[in-house]
Design a protein around this ligand. Structure first.
Ligand SMILES: NC(=O)c1ccc[n+]([C@@H]2O[C@H](COP(=O)([O-])OP(=O)(O)OC[C@H]3O[C@@H](n4cnc5c(N)ncnc54)[C@H](O)[C@@H]3O)[C@@H](O)[C@H]2O)c1
Length: 479
């Protein structure tokens, strides 16, 4: 039978929908399969990121930040106010409206680019056929020259704290609280735990974050992690490291959580709500027929090479369902790479320069290597740092917490890593991503003119500090 499509993408999250749009742009006859629907049966596009992840959490982070500013910071500016209150259902409704606008926007982009939306669950069969099971239970077999799997990830459940979607919730449930819990427990001081803990903490919850590891933000540069921990504790987040949750019991609308601390002592805490944010796992349930030929790795991710090709020629996998950081922008770039490869281009992606961001306030962001990684590699390196407390623009904005840190190779001066905790860290690190993508040295950035007064000047000062030339701080004496 002739192929109905050149490409069938399974999953319409930021990896899948971007791949489908790029494939269609390149003249490939493209379909995208999506099974997620709302309670009225309407298909929801955009995946975790748009529906229950990046976008709704940022909406709540922005609302809760404005609330804190109004409550605590307006007075500093001489803005008189009293009785600032938060209408939680209104905040949630604003978030829902943003999500709805963006998800329907993806549908509009599919139409504009000629991507066919196939509503239902996709399954990869042998010989690259895709089985589509629709909402009414009917099944259709789709013939295609290429398949791209982009089915994403799911929150991990842990036996000591099973999610009941009432008192114990995952990251999705934590976006839907109708009022502010008085005592909020969070299991996991990862990205989700810190972001959602911040939202509800700012609105008035007493937040305790229980983290099994002894180290805070183990993947981040540890100087930045320590600075971040200090700032978050100052904001009132009670972060307990080395705290391994061993059990939970629901009694009378309360959760009694037990955890073992660093000394091996058992402790217990009572919460009104508990968020479980202990990581995500690849979502492959019901996806692969036994004879599909697509293999998983030992951790359950779809096994792919550097170009996202699976073991079956013409079948690719991208995004959270394959190795690498579970980040929307990583999945989207993989989607573009794969669409271009299918179209016959020689596309590749630079996995060394994927930026990471934690959208707390201030934000924590980085790209490239941490000082710990550079040290472990044994190469000589230079470090420049600059605190926001010495930035005029940061002081004017009442944003003096945090710092910029730049690491450069001692011999070549090439920038190896840019790490920021502070105001607009995500945007500042993006400048580092661009510089590193062009293999810049710290001197290249030092010779660049930065507008005054901007937060970006903190990055300029940090690269100047790499060679002891910072102007607005005392440089460390060179030995
Ligand atoms: N801003 C962003 O880019 C963003 C936002 C949200 C999610 N994400 C991605 O989604 C994925 C999931 O996020 P996450 O925060 O759930 O995972 P994570 O892996 O970032 O953090 C989970 C944390 O939970 C801890 N943990 C595990 N079991 C525990 C236990 N029994 N008791 C106490 N602590 C325990 C782990 O040590 C870890 O520090 C990540 O890959 C993340 O990068 C990214």
């Amino acid at each position: 039978m002739a192929n109905q499509f050149d490409v069938v993408v399974i999953g319409a999250g930021p990896a899948g929908y971007v791949c489908a749009i790029r494939a269609a742009q390149l003249g490939l006859k493209t379909a995208c399969v999506e099974k997620w629907s709302d309670d009225k049966g309407k298909t929801l596009l955009g995946g975790t990121c748009l529906n229950v992840g990046c976008i709704p959490s940022k909406a709540l982070l922005d609302s809760s930040h404005k609330f804190v500013e109004a409550q605590k910071d307006f007075g500093l500016h001489g803005i008189e106010h009293e009785g600032v209150k938060m209408d939680v259902p209104k905040m949630i409704a604003r978030k829902d409206k943003i999500v709805q606008t963006l998800t329907s926007g993806v549908g509009g982009l599919f139409k504009a680019n000629g991507v066919t939306l196939l509503e239902g669950a996709g399954k990869v069969l042998a010989a690259k056929q895709v089985e589509l099971t629709k909402g009414d239970g009917s099944v259709e077999i789709i013939e295609t020259a290429n398949v791209v799997i982009a089915t994403g990830s799911r929150p991990i459940d842990i036996p000591p704290a099973p999610v009941d979607n009432d008192l114990i919730v995952d990251s999705t449930g934590a976006l839907e609280f109708r009022d502010v819990p008085k005592r909020l427990g969070v299991i996991g001081a990862g990205v989700i735990g810190l972001e959602l803990g911040s939202v509800w903490g700012r609105l008035g919850s007493e937040v305790v974050v229980l983290e099994a590891l002894d180290q805070f933000l183990a993947a981040a540069d540890q100087q930045i992690a320590k600075e971040s921990m200090k700032i978050m504790k100052k904001q009132g987040l009670d972060i307990r490291l080395g705290a391994r949750v061993t059990g939970s019991e629901i009694r009378d609308k309360e959760i009694d959580v037990t955890y073992v601390d660093g000394e091996g002592k058992e402790n217990s805490l009572i919460f009104d709500k508990l968020i479980v944010a202990v990581g995500r796992r690849p979502y492959t349930e019901g996806l692969l027929a036994p004879d599909s030929g697509v293999n998983l790795d030992e951790r359950g991710f779809i096994f792919v090479d550097d170009h996202c090709a699976t073991d079956v020629p013409g079948v690719y996998a991208i995004g959270d369902v394959v190795r690498g950081p579970m980040l929307a922008h990583k999945g989207s770039e993989e989607g573009i790479m794969v669409a271009e490869i299918i179209a016959g281009q020689k596309a590749q992606m630079n996995y060394d320069l994927i930026p990471s961001v934690i959208y707390t306030h201030p934000e924590i962001a980085w790209v490239g290597k941490t000082e710990e990684e550079v040290k472990a590699e044994g190469n000589e390196y230079k470090v420049g740092t600059f605190p926001f407390a010495a930035s005029g623009r940061a002081l004017a904005a009442n944003e003096k917490d945090g710092m910029v840190k730049v690491i450069a190779d001692k011999a070549t001066d090439r920038i190896l890593g840019v790490h920021v905790v502070g105001p607009s860290a995500a945007e500042l690190v993006q400048q580092g991503v661009i510089a590193m993508e062009f293999a810049a040295s710290s001197e290249d950035l030092a010779l660049t003119i930065f507008s005054h007064p901007t937060l970006s000047e903190a990055l300029h000062e940090a690269v100047l500090a790499v060679d002891g030339h910072a102007i607005h701080i005392a440089n460390r004496k060179r030995r």
